[in-house]
Write a protein that binds this ligand. Structure first.
Ligand SMILES: C[S@@+](CC[C@H](N)C(=O)[O-])C[C@H]1O[C@@H](n2cnc3c(N)ncnc32)[C@H](O)[C@@H]1O
Length: 417
C-alpha cells in the first residue's frame, strides 16, 4: 500500500471531516459526558482555558467549539476556523446568541494578518497531521508577541517507554499504512528544539489521558475490561471522578510526558533559546529522578506539595470505595510496568497496607491460576483425563480454581514494603 505523504494525508483528513455524517458522529462523541468522556472533556477544555491568555482567542479546527465556546460565553472574543463548513454550521447553532466569528480555512493557511490574536489554540487537530511544525508556525504567525500557542499532540516518549517496558524496543515505526489510524507522535526534545528554531519559548508540556485512549499502560498489564468498567463510573461517582481528576491534573499532569499518550504543548511567542535549553535540562533531571524511584519525597518538588501533604491527599482520595480501588489500579499499573514505587513510600501507612495486601493476593491468584492451567495441559494429564474424546481436565480446572480461590489467603509481610 502507498505510504501517505503529508499532503495526501492532510487532504484525506480534510475531506473526511466534511461529511455531515462524520460531523454528527463527532458531535455525539464529544457531547457525551459519560464515563471516561467526562474526564477527557474536563481535562482538555480546562487546559485550553487555563493556559490561554488575553482576550482575542483563535480556535484552529474549532469543530463544534468544545474548547472555545465556553470562553466566548465568559466574554472572550473568539474566532474559530475549520475546513468543514458542516462543522461550522453546528458551532453556529450551538453558539446561539453568543458572538463568535467563524471562517472556513485550512490549518496551514489562516486568513488573518500577522499578530492578530493573544492566543491561538488547536484541540485534537494537530494530532491528525504529519506537518505539526508547519501548523505550529502558522499559529505563531497570527499570535501577537508575548501571546500563546496551545495544541495537543501524541507523545512519542510514552510510546517508546512503553515499547521498552514490553519488548525492549527502542525504535518507533510510524504507522505508514492506514490514513485512518495515523497519529502524530513527537518527542518532548523535538518540541523544545522546534520552539527554538521558530523563535518561541516552551512554557510547558502537560501529559494527559494517562490511563485511557491510546495509553499503553492498561493494555500492557491486561485486565482491560475491568479497567473500562471502572472508568464507566466517572459520571455517577463524584469521589471516583475527583480522585481520577486529582491523579491526572495534580500529579501526572506535572510529571513526565512519557507517562501519558497525549501532551498539551504551551508556547509563548518570544525567543528565548536558553529557556528552552533549561527546560530540557530540568525535564531530563525530573525523568532521571523518577526512574530512580517514586516516593512522596521525589514527587513533592514536581507536584508542588510537601511530602506529608501529598501523602495525606492520596490518603483522603483513597478513603472512598471506588476511588480507593481506582488508586490501587493506577498504582499497580505503574508498578507493573517497572516504576519503582513501593506503596509505603507514597501512601499513608493504612492505605499502603491495604494496597500491598491486595497486590499480594492478586499475585497469589495469578500464580495459582498459572499452575492449574499448566497442569491441565500436561500430555499425561490430558491423556488420563480424557473419556470418549471429552477432555475432563477442563471441568476439573474450573472446580479446582474455584476451590483454590476459596482457600487462598493473603501472604504475610504486608508491612515490610
Ligand atoms: C477531531 S476534530 C476537533 C474539533 C475540536 N477542536 C474539538 O476538540 O472538539 C478535528 C477538526 O479539524 C478539522 N479539520 C480537518 N482537516 C482540517 C484542515 N485541513 N484545516 C482545518 N481544519 C481541519 C475538522 O473539520 C474537525 O473539525
Amino acid at each position: 500500500m502507498e505510504v501517505p505523504g503529508a499532503d495526501a494525508l492532510r487532504q484525506w483528513k480534510t475531506d473526511a471531516w466534511k461529511a455531515p455524517s462524520m460531523v454528527a458522529s463527532y458531535y455525539n462523541t464529544v457531547s457525551d459526558d459519560h464515563g471516561k468522556n467526562r474526564l477527557k472533556n474536563h481535562i482538555e477544555c480546562s487546559l485550553c482555558e487555563r493556559y490561554s491568555v488575553g482576550n482575542d482567542i483563535l480556535d484552529v479546527g474549532i469543530g463544534t467549539g468544545r474548547a472555545s465556546l465556553p470562553l466566548a460565553r465568559k466574554g472572550k472574543k473568539v474566532t474559530g476556523t475549520d475546513s468543514s463548513e458542516s462543522m461550522l454550521e453546528v458551532t453556529r447553532q450551538l453558539a446561539g446568541n453568543v458572538p463568535v466569528t467563524l471562517k472556513v480555512a485550512d490549518v496551514e493557511r489562516q486568513p488573518f494578518p500577522d499578530a492578530s490574536f493573544d492566543t491561538a489554540m488547536a484541540l485534537n487537530v494537530v494530532v491528525h497531521f504529519r506537518d505539526w511544525e508547519k501548523i505550529m508556525a502558522e499559529m505563531l504567525r497570527v499570535v501577537r508577541p508575548g501571546g500563546r500557542v496551545l495544541f495537543d499532540i501524541y507523545s512519542l516518549d510514552h510510546e517508546l517507554t512503553a515499547d521498552l517496558c514490553t519488548a525492549g524496543k527502542t525504535e518507533y515505526r510510524e504507522n505508514t499504512v492506514d490514513f485512518r489510524n495515523f497519529l502524530c507522535r513527537v518527542k518532548a526534545e523535538d518540541i523544545a528544539k522546534e520552539a527554538t528554531r521558530q523563535g518561541a519559548t516552551l512554557h510547558t508540556l502537560i501529559p494527559f489521558n494517562p490511563f485511557f485512549g491510546v495509553s499503553r499502560w492498561p493494555f500492557m498489564v491486561g485486565g482491560n475490561h475491568k479497567w473500562h468498567r471502572m472508568l464507566s463510573w466517572f459520571h455517577e461517582d463524584e469521589a471516583l471522578f475527583e480522585c481520577a481528576r486529582f491523579l491526572e491534573e495534580d500529579i501526572i499532569g506535572k510529571l513526565s510526558v512519557s507517562l501519558a499518550p497525549k501532551i498539551m504543548v504551551v508556547l509563548e511567542k518570544r525567543a528565548d533559546p536558553e529557556a528552552n535549553a533549561r527546560w530540557l535540562r530540568d525535564y531530563r533531571k525530573m525523568e532521571s529522578a523518577l526512574s530512580a524511584g517514586v516516593s512522596a519525597e521525589t514527587l513533592a518538588p514536581f507536584v508542588g506539595k510537601a511530602p506529608d501533604a501529598l501523602r495525606a491527599a492520596f490518603g483522603a482520595h483513597a478513603s472512598q470505595g471506588r476511588a480507593r480501588a481506582y488508586m490501587y489500579r493506577v498504582w499497580k499499573l505503574l508498578h507493573s510496568v517497572g516504576f519503582a514505587m513501593r506503596p509505603h513510600r507514597i501512601f499513608p501507612t493504612e492505605v499502603a497496607e491495604v494496597f500491598w495486601e491486595w497486590h499480594l493476593q492478586e499475585e497469589a491468584d495469578e500464580r495459582m491460576i498459572g499452575f492449574l492451567r499448566e497442569w491441565r495441559m500436561l500430555p499425561a494429564v490430558r491423556r488420563t483425563l480424557t473419556y470418549r474424546s471429552v477432555p475432563l481436565a477442563e471441568g476439573l480446572f474450573h472446580s479446582q480454581a474455584r476451590n483454590a480461590f476459596r482457600l487462598s489467603r493473603p501472604l504475610p509481610g504486608g508491612s515490610d514494603h
